[in-house]
Design a protein around this ligand. Structure first.
Ligand code: C2E
Ligand code: MG
Ligand code: MG
Length: 364
């Protein structure tokens, strides 16, 4: 996973000897390392699973080692050995983590799509894929509750791959019916530490005969914090394939503007927090205006996220913002509903709030 490593230890005497080995590893990692001019000190968390007690195959052992690692991170204890008794039933997010792992292989996950459109002409310019989890007993779990947990372990890699595969498969089906729609997939910061990602995405597109220009990836500013050099190299590779890149939640991070704008991005998405305050507060309007100006000078599309009403939509159009996305245009919907929505837009049948704005965009 780029920042995760596995150690296989054979012929252990007892649990204490595996603890000793783990402590020794932590001790070695914690010593200052010279990297060029700099001195780095690393911090790690280790989770241990034992065979055959905790599993008799590689997959089960890795999953349990991952859960133990998560417990070690929580407890800041350095090392934890998998404990089946509290492992997944303490009501904490460890339980959610174990459920999510099962959900990826099961049928609890799905993707919904939210379109975005030109603010003036209302031409639809693509859609964003958003992950949904319908938990068997808890009901719908919002992405904001489970993605950060997946992000803390290697599970985010499997989750991202699942979303990418679902989206590209859907695009292949749409294309067979004559619909070429650009879809944006959200990446997590950890995905940009994963050097295998570009090749996998390329293979996925090839397998489904979907052109790279129909795939867009959204990254946030925080993706660049851990290892900017590696993240930039991976983004350059993805861009080289012909995939488009966007900066999501623009304005909420702490990265330097110069740094951000060196990336091969062609869209910035102004965070909802600025858009929702647009009509009420001058400071928000100033931020949106400045971003629009920046985008224009750099030839980058500026998209407003979370536009909930017509007045805000019209104000954004007046400010020169390019695209809008939000409940006013359409809520996120499943693939079938999006197809019908697009068809309504095309034939101009829909009577709608958007219709009041002088255009035939339907509301789902
Ligand atoms: P995001 O990428 O900024 O996505 C936009 C969020 O705003 C979505 O929330 C969407 O449903 C919501 N939204 C859209 N229009 C409006 C509006 O008019 N008003 C309001 N109040 N909200 C609006 P959602 O689907 O709950 O996703 C939340 C976040 O979770 C996303 O923010 C993204 O950061 C993350 N996420 C969702 N799906 C994925 C995924 O497949 N992978 C990763 N890594 N992250 C994901
Ligand atoms: Mg997004
Ligand atoms: Mg966003």
């Amino acid at each position: 996973g780029g920042d995760e490593f596995a150690v296989l230890v054979c012929e252990l005497r007892d649990q204490q000897s595996v603890r000793d080995i783990a402590e020794e590893l932590l001790g070695e990692l914690g010593r200052p390392h010279a990297v060029g001019e700099a001195e780095l000190q690393l911090d790690a968390s280790i989770g241990v699973a034992l065979a055959p007690m905790h599993g008799d195959n590689g997959v089960a052992l890795l999953q349990r080692a991952d859960i133990a690692m998560e417990a070690a991170k929580d407890a800041r204890s350095g090392v934890e050995i998998y404990d089946p008794s509290r492992g997944t039933h303490d009501g904490s997010h460890l339980e959610l983590l174990a459920d999510l792992r099962r959900a990826i292989d099961g049928d609890e996950l799905s993707v919904v799509y939210q379109p975005k459109a030109n603010l003036r002409t209302l031409d639809v310019r693509g859609a964003e894929a958003l992950l949904r989890w319908e938990h068997a007993t808890r009901g719908r779990v919002p992405p904001g509750d489970f993605i950060p947990i997946a992000e803390r372990t290697g599970l985010i890699h499997a989750l991202t791959r699942w979303v990418l595969r679902t989206v590209v498969t859907q695009q292949q089906q749409w294309r067979a019916r004559g619909l070429d729609l650009e879809v944006a997939v959200n990446l997590s910061p950890r995905n940009l530490l994963d050097g295998a990602l570009p090749d996998e995405v390329a293979a996925l597109l090839r397998e489904h005969r979907v052109p790279a220009r129909l795939l867009r990836l959204e990254i946030t500013e925080s993706s660049l914090i851990v290892d900017p050099g590696r993240a930039e190299a991976i983004l350059a590779e993805l861009h080289g394939l012909g995939i488009s890149l966007s900066i999501d939640d623009f304005g909420t991070g702490y990265s330097s503007l110069a740094h951000l704008l060196r990336l091969p991005v062609d869209e910035i998405k102004v965070d909802r927090s600025f858009v929702s305050g647009l009509l009420a507060r001058r400071s928000e309007a100033a931020i949106v205006e400045a971003t629009v100006d920046l985008g224009r000078r750099l030839g980058i599309t500026v998209t407003a996220e979370g536009v909930e009403d017509l007045a805000t939509w019209a104000k954004l159009a007046e400010l020169g913002c390019d695209l809008g996305q939000g409940y006013w245009l359409a809520r996120p919907m499943d693939a079938g509903a999006l197809e019908r929505w697009l068809e309504n837009v095309r034939t101009g049948r829909a009577e709608s709030t958007a219709g009041a704005f002088g255009s035939p965009v339907g509301r789902a």
